[in-house]
Design a protein around this ligand. Structure first.
Ligand code: FMN
Length: 174
C-alpha cells in the first residue's frame, strides 16, 4: 500500500493529497495524520507526506493557534485542528527502509524552502529514501472576497495527479 499523509487546516492540502493518491493509482490512500498510525506506516511501501507552509515551514503549535484565533475570509472559515500536526506526526514516524516524498501548499512562490523541504529532511532522517525533489503547490488567499480563506491555484489538482503518477513510476524503478 502507498499512503499520502496530510495536515490541512482549510482543506487545500487534503485536496492535493487526494489528487496525488489518485495519480499513484490503485492501492494508494490519502490519510490524515491521525489515520496514518505507526502500524499503517509500517505496512506502507511508499509514504508521501505534506502540510501547508506556515511562516516558511510546516505549521507549528504557535501558527496553528494563530489560525484558530483568526477565521479566514468573509466566510469566516474555521481551521480544522482536529488532527495532530505534521511535525508531531513526523516525531512518531517508524524508522525503516521505505520510499518517500514530501510536498506542501503555499501562497507565495518558493521563498525559502517551504514546509516540503523540512518534511523531506525528517523523512530521510528516519531512514526513508526520497524518490523526488520536495514539491510545492500554490494556493491563493482570499481575505476580502466571498471565497474561502485559501483556494488552490488553477491546474494544481492536475499537477498533483501527474506528480502522483511520476512517483509511481519512480517507485517502480527504485
Ligand atoms: C498562520 C498561517 C501562516 C502562513 N504562513 C505562510 C507563509 O509563510 N508562506 C506562504 O506561502 N503561505 C503561508 N500561509 C498560507 C498557507 O500556506 C495556506 O493557508 C495553506 O496552503 C492552505 O492549506 P490548507 O487549506 O490545507 O490549510 C499561512 C497560513 C496561515 C494560516
Amino acid at each position: 500500500m502507498d499512503v499520502v499523509v496530510f495536515e490541512s487546516l482549510y482543506g487545500n492540502t487534503a485536496a492535493i493529497a487526494r489528487a496525488i493518491a489518485a495519480g499513484l493509482g490503485e492501492g494508494a490512500r490519502a490519510l490524515t495524520t491521525s489515520d496514518a498510525t505507526p502500524d499503517v506506516v509500517r505496512s506502507a511501501h511508499l509514504v508521501v507526506a505534506g502540510a501547508p507552509v506556515h511562516g516558511l515551514g510546516p505549521p507549528s503549535e504557535r501558527s496553528r493557534a494563530s489560525a484558530r484565533a483568526k477565521p479566514q475570509g468573509e466566510l469566516r472559515l474555521e481551521a480544522d485542528l482536529g488532527h495532530v500536526s505534521m511535525r508531531a506526526w513526523l516525531d512518531t514516524l517508524p524508522r525503516g527502509p521505505r520510499l518517500a516524498a514530501a510536498f506542501d501548499t503555499r501562497v507565495r512562490g518558493p521563498l525559502g524552502h517551504g514546509a516540503a523541504t523540512a518534511i523531506a529532511h525528517a523523512l530521510a532522517a528516519d531512514g526513508l529514501t526520497l524518490l523526488d525533489e520536495p514539491r510545492g503547490f500554490t494556493v491563493h488567499l482570499h481575505t476580502s472576497s466571498s471565497q474561502p480563506g485559501a483556494l488552490l491555484g488553477v491546474g494544481e489538482l492536475d499537477a498533483a495527479r501527474a506528480w502522483g503518477a511520476r512517483l509511481r513510476a519512480l517507485a517502480a524503478a527504485a
